[in-house]
Design a protein around this ligand. Structure first.
Ligand SMILES: [Zn+2]
Length: 572
C-alpha cells in the first residue's frame, strides 16, 4: 500500500518537506536497497539528500562501480526531482522482479541526489520567483542597482509579465488571439503598441525602466573546470566551489572514486548535452567523441532527444562560452563520461518546431499560438494569465498577465511527468549498465611440489566501458590501472615469484571492439589479462583471497582453499 503510494508520488510536484518524507519512506520500505544520506547543508540549513541504491547484501557500495545522478541544480528546473524519484522507484521496484535491474543492483551502486539546490527550488515554488538561484541572495535583496526588480506584485505568487501602452513600444496584441503579445514588425508605424517587462517593482527613480540582472548564483557555473569570473559568466560567484551545494557535490564525487558515470537533470531544451562547454570537438582525445556518440545514441533511442555539444549546438555566441559546469568538471578534469539531460520542451509538446536558440531568441507568433493552444488544453488558466489592470506601486495603472514561465516553459504539467521521467530513468539505468565490470574469468592452483603451488588468475572486464573509462581520464591521470592483491585468510605463505606484482594495466571493454577487426583502425587492447604467482606454504590448510580492483571499477574478490595433503590441482 505504502509502496503504491510512493509510485504515485513520482507524478506530483513536491515541497522540500514532502520530498524529505518520500525519501525517508523509500528507505523505510526498501531497507536492503536504499540508504538515505545527506552530502551537505545549504545556506538555509536544508540537507542535500543523497539516496544510495544498491543491493547491500552483495558487497560494500564503495567496492562497486557507481553511477551518480542529480537534479535541481537550477532552482527553476524542479521537475528533475521527479526523474530522480522515478529512478529510485524503477530500481527498487525492479529488484527481484526484473533480471537486468536485479543484476545491476548486485554489482553497481547508484548515488542519486534529487535536489542539489533545495533552497532555490523552495524559493521559486513558494514565491513564483524566477531565477536559478540558491539561498545566497534573499529575493528582496538580490537587486542592488536601480531599475525594475522582477517580483510578484498582485499577490498570486506568480512572476508573470507587465504590459504598458506606449506608442513607441516593441509589442502589440496578436490579431489571431487577443491574449497573445507579439513583436511589432520593423516597418509598422501605426497601431497600438506596448512595452513589455517582467512583473516587478521599480527601485530608484528610473525612466524607461532598465531591468538590470539581479544578483544571482548559477551553481552550474561554480565548478572548478574552466571557471570564469563573474564579469565573464553571470552567476559564477567570486570563487569556484564558493557555494555549499557545489562544494558538497564536488567533495562527494571526489571522495567516491568508484563513480564512473554522471548525469545531471536539467530543463528545458529536450536534448542530451555533452561536453565541451567552451570548446569544439577537436579537443576530444582518443575515441572519446565516438564513445559520447554511442552513449548518446542510446538516449536518442530511449527519449527521442538529440545529442548536442554544449559548445557547438547550444552556444549561439561563441565569444560567451559556458565555464564552471559540473559536466565539464567531471569529464574534463576527472575523465568520467558525463551528460546533462535537458528534459522537456513545450514547443515539442505543442507539436511545433522549437526555436533554434531556445529562450535566447524572440519567439514567432505561429509557435507561440501553438503553445497557447496546447497550454489551454493542458494547463488551463494557470498557463497564460489574463491581462488584468493593476495599480502599480510606482507607475500607476499597468496590466499584469501573460506567460507563467515556470509552469509552462521550465516544467511540464504533472500529467506529463510519468512519461518523461520513465524514459529519463530508463536511459540513466542503461548508462549504468555500460560501466566497467571486473570479474575473475579463471583461477587455478597447480601443485608443483610439497607446499609449492602456482596460482594463475585471469581477470576480465565484462563491461562496455574500458577500465580507464575515457582517454581524457588517462590524460588527466584519473584512471589508475587494475591492481591485484593476494593475501592469506587462513594459514600463511610466501611468494617465491610472480608476474605483475601490483598492477596488470587496463582492460578494454566492448566499446573498444564495436566493429570488426580492421588493420586500419586502432589496435585492440586486451579485455582480460593473466597474472601468476608461485607460492610456498607450510600450512596444512591455506585459504587465499585474491582481489582485483581499480578505482573506477570497484573491486572483486575470490577465495581459494587448499589442503596440503590433497594431491592434484584446483580450479576456482
Ligand atoms: Zn539547468
Amino acid at each position: 500500500m505504502v509502496k503504491m503510494k510512493l509510485r504515485e508520488e513520482i507524478e506530483h510536484y513536491h515541497s522540500y518537506e514532502e520530498l524529505t518524507r518520500i525519501l525517508q519512506a523509500f528507505e523505510k520500505e526498501y531497507p536492503l536497497l536504499c540508504r538515505l544520506d545527506s552530502i551537505g547543508r545549504t545556506l538555509k540549513n536544508r540537507d542535500i539528500y543523497m539516496m544510495e541504491v544498491t543491493n547491500s547484501g552483495s558487497g560494500r557500495p564503495e567496492d562497486k562501480p557507481a553511477y551518480y545522478a542529480e537534479a535541481c541544480t537550477h532552482a527553476e528546473e524542479f521537475c528533475g526531482a521527479n526523474v530522480a524519484l522515478r529512478l529510485i522507484w524503477d530500481l527498487v521496484s525492479g529488484y527481484g522482479r526484473q533480471a537486468e535491474v536485479t543484476e545491476l543492483l548486485d554489482h553497481v551502486v547508484f548515488y542519486i541526489v534529487p535536489q542539489v539546490n533545495p533552497d532555490g527550488v523552495e524559493t521559486v515554488m513558494t514565491t513564483g520567483h524566477i531565477g536559478v538561484c540558491n539561498g545566497r541572495y534573499p529575493v528582496e535583496e538580490r537587486q542592488p542597482l536601480p531599475g525594475l526588480v522582477p517580483q510578484d506584485i498582485n499577490g498570486d505568487h506568480i512572476v508573470a509579465q507587465m504590459r504598458i501602452p506606449d506608442p513607441d513600444g516593441e509589442w502589440k496584441i496578436s490579431d489571431k488571439d487577443p491574449r497573445l503579445m507579439v513583436l511589432r514588425k520593423p516597418y509598422e508605424l501605426s497601431g497600438s503598441f506596448y512595452r513589455m517587462y517582467p512583473e516587478g517593482i521599480i527601485r530608484g527613480d528610473v525612466d524607461g525602466f532598465e531591468v538590470p540582472k539581479p544578483k544571482d548564483v548559477n551553481l552550474n557555473r561554480n565548478y572548478p573546470a574552466n571557471w570564469l569570473p563573474e564579469g565573464l559568466q553571470y552567476g559564477a560567484c567570486e570563487l569556484p566551489l564558493s557555494e555549499p551545494e557545489t562544494r558538497a557535490v564536488a567533495e562527494f564525487i571526489d571522495s567516491h572514486p568508484n563513480i564512473a558515470g554522471v548525469c545531471s537533470y536539467h530543463t528545458n531544451a529536450r536534448a542530451i548535452m555533452r561536453p565541451f562547454g567552451g570548446k569544439g570537438d577537436e579537443h576530444f582525445k582518443g575515441a572519446d567523441l565516438a564513445l559520447y556518440s554511442a552513449l548518446g545514441a542510446m538516449g536518442t533511442e530511449e527519449l527521442g532527444y538529440e545529442l548536442m555539444s554544449t559548445y557547438n549546438d547550444f552556444t549561439p555566441d561563441k565569444s560567451r562560452v559556458r565555464g564552471g559546469t559540473l559536466m565539464d568538471w567531471t569529464f574534463e578534469d576527472l575523465g568520467i563520461p558525463s551528460f546533462m539531460l535537458e528534459l522537456w520542451n513545450v514547443y515539442d509538446a505543442a507539436g511545433t518546431r522549437r526555436p533554434e536558440e531556445f529562450h535566447f531568441a524572440a519567439k514567432s507568433e505561429e509557435k507561440d499560438l501553438a503553445v497557447l493552444r496546447w497550454a489551454d488544453e493542458n494547463l488551463g488558466e494557470k498557463a497564460y494569465l489574463p491581462w488584468k489592470k493593476v495599480e502599480h506601486p510606482q507607475s500607476g495603472e499597468v496590466e499584469v498577465g501573460g506567460w507563467n514561465w515556470l509552469w509552462v516553459e521550465r516544467n511540464p504539467p504533472e500529467s506529463y511527468l510519468g512519461n518523461m521521467s520513465g524514459h529519463a530513468s530508463a536511459y540513466t539505468i542503461k548508462l549504468a549498465m555500460t560501466l566497467p565490470r571486473l570479474k575473475f574469468q579463471r583461477c587455478e592452483l597447480t601443485k608443483l611440489g610439497d607446499g609449492l603451488y602456482k596460482l594463475t588468475a585471469v581477470v576480465r572486464n565484462a563491461g562496455y566501458l574500458p577500465t580507464y573509462l575515457t582517454s581524457q581520464a588517462e590524460t588527466m591521470k584519473k584512471a589508475p590501472p587494475v591492481s591485484l592483491r593476494l593475501s592469506a585468510v587462513k594459514g600463511s605463505y610466501e611468494t617465491m615469484c610472480c608476474t605483475h606484482p601490483e598492477d596488470i594495466g587496463h582492460l578494454e571493454g566492448r566499446f573498444g571492439r564495436d566493429a570488426e577487426w580492421s588493420r586500419d583502425r586502432a589496435e585492440w587492447r586486451p579485455v582480460e589479462r593473466r597474472a601468476e604467482w608461485v607460492i610456498r606454504t607450510g600450512s596444512p590448510e591455506l585459504e587465499l583471497e585474491l582481489t582485483a580492483s581499480a578505482p573506477r571499477c570497484g573491486s572483486v574478490s575470490k577465495r581459494m582453499m587448499i589442503e596440503m595433503r590433497k594431491e592434484g590441482n584446483y580450479v576456482f
